[in-house]
Design a protein around this ligand. Sequence first.
Ligand SMILES: [Zn+2]
Length: 260
Amino acid sequence: MICDANGIKYVASPLLQGKPVTHGFLTRIGGVSPAPYASLNFDARDTDPAENVERNRALFHEAFGVPAGRLVTVSQVHGKEILAIEGPLPEKPVEADAIVTNETGVAIGMLTADCQPILLFDPVNRAIGAVHAGWKGTALGIVVETGELMWKKYGTNPEDLIVSLGPCIGPCCYKVGWNVLEEYMSRHREADCFSEKDGLRMDINNANSIQLALIGVKNENISNDSRCTSCNSDLFFSHRKDNGRTGRQLSFIMLGGDER
Ligand SMILES: [Zn+2]
């Protein structure tokens, strides 16, 4: 479902409604950056001036009631490092592709443009996770690794875990090379998430859903948004659709806050 916070359009997970967390899969709508980063771009690495990204961050903090300085993002590298936040927040983004914490009032976020953002919530032990999963992260099983780290650190039982899979590129638009299938199959036993139609296609959303089911996450505790970022590039930044020159949207989750 698409929601609005001060003009920022975002996708909310039906499974997180009424839960003691604040979250959102933000779209590209509601910021100040000009094309090709129009408009709610959170990535300052490209040629969008840093002051635009700063302004977009400020608009986010205001719209979602996240205190300034309490949004943690990472330098995403398509790997399987996971940042666990305990105590003081990192001063600079560290290299990682997932974050976990059980601290209240700390928003953890991922930036994407076709890769899948995934938000995890353990309501029993009050812990959260945020994951960035492109084909590499999905092949590495990063969402499963994140669930396992939550088990080790917070005692998270997969049967209690609520997982919201965010908008990503769909198999309609995601043609991949055979090396992707090969790499995936080097770690996983089935290839249901691949199909052949005018070339090889990968369904990242389906791959992550299958991996979660295999570790015992209940089907009714997994939600996904079937909108393809490339088919809906008016709503989402899409690396493929925009030929690499585009922004990054933010997805985040925080324990506490105004609980939306
Ligand atoms: Zn598509």
